[in-house]
Design a protein around this ligand. Structure first.
Ligand SMILES: CC(C)(COP(=O)(O)OP(=O)(O)OC[C@H]1O[C@@H](n2cnc3c(N)ncnc32)[C@H](O)[C@@H]1OP(=O)(O)O)[C@@H](O)C(=O)NCCC(=O)NCCS
Length: 152
């Protein structure tokens, strides 16, 4: 049985491991610095960002969702901020038990409490599981895009 709660500083070590699982390219020091700031409630940028975790009663972390506000998001009403899923991961051996859905519900509840009427998110094209989970949990696709770069 997992418990969904707001992450706090004692979660730093376990949460930084989960974050690296989701974003392996993230620099170790940068990960800890950014995470410490989020867990202390400091703003990263101008809008709020927070993390909900799923944990067992003995404190083991099973997953997390990072949720913030964005001033606008593709496909959403541009006149008001939206809740945005910035990161979402459930430990591989704990998936398909509803934990991802419970984390998302907590993120949505928080976004509602901030006055949001919409929630937005993204997934890379290759991540079919994420797309299936988004669809199953009520998201609709609004756009598919290709990102480019060019050295100047
Ligand atoms: C996306 C993720 C967080 C979902 O977590 P989860 O705990 O497995 O999600 P849930 O158990 O709440 O699943 C909700 C629904 O999504 C769908 N779904 C989830 N995983 C699926 C899979 N592997 N295949 C098909 N459908 C899937 C199902 O409809 C599922 O409901 P069901 O199990 O009753 O059929 C998890 O797969 C994960 O951590 N993936 C790796 C990281 C990642 O890609 N994050 C998203 C970045 S955009």
């Amino acid at each position: 049985m997992s418990v969904i709660r707001l992450a706090s500083l004692p979660d730093l070590a376990a949460l930084s491991e989960l974050r690296r699982e989701l974003w392996p390219e993230i620099d170790l020091e940068e990960n800890v610095r950014e995470l410490t700031a989020i867990l202390r409630g400091e703003k990263i940028g101008t809008l709020p960002l927070l993390i909900f975790v799923a944990g067992t009663e003995d404190g083991t972390l099973l997953g997390f969702i990072e949720v913030g506000l964005r001033s606008h998001a593709d496909g959403c009403d541009k006149r008001m901020p939206v809740g945005y899923v910035e990161g979402w991961l459930v430990r591989e051996d704990q998936r398909r038990q509803g934990i991802g859905g419970q984390l998302l519900a907590a993120a949505e509840e928080w976004a509602r409490s901030q006055g949001c009427l919409e929630m937005a998110s993204d997934a890379v094209i290759e991540n079919e599981i994420s797309q299936r989970a988004h669809k199953a949990l009520g998201f609709e696709v609004v756009d598919r895009c290709v990102n480019y770069r060019k050295a100047l």
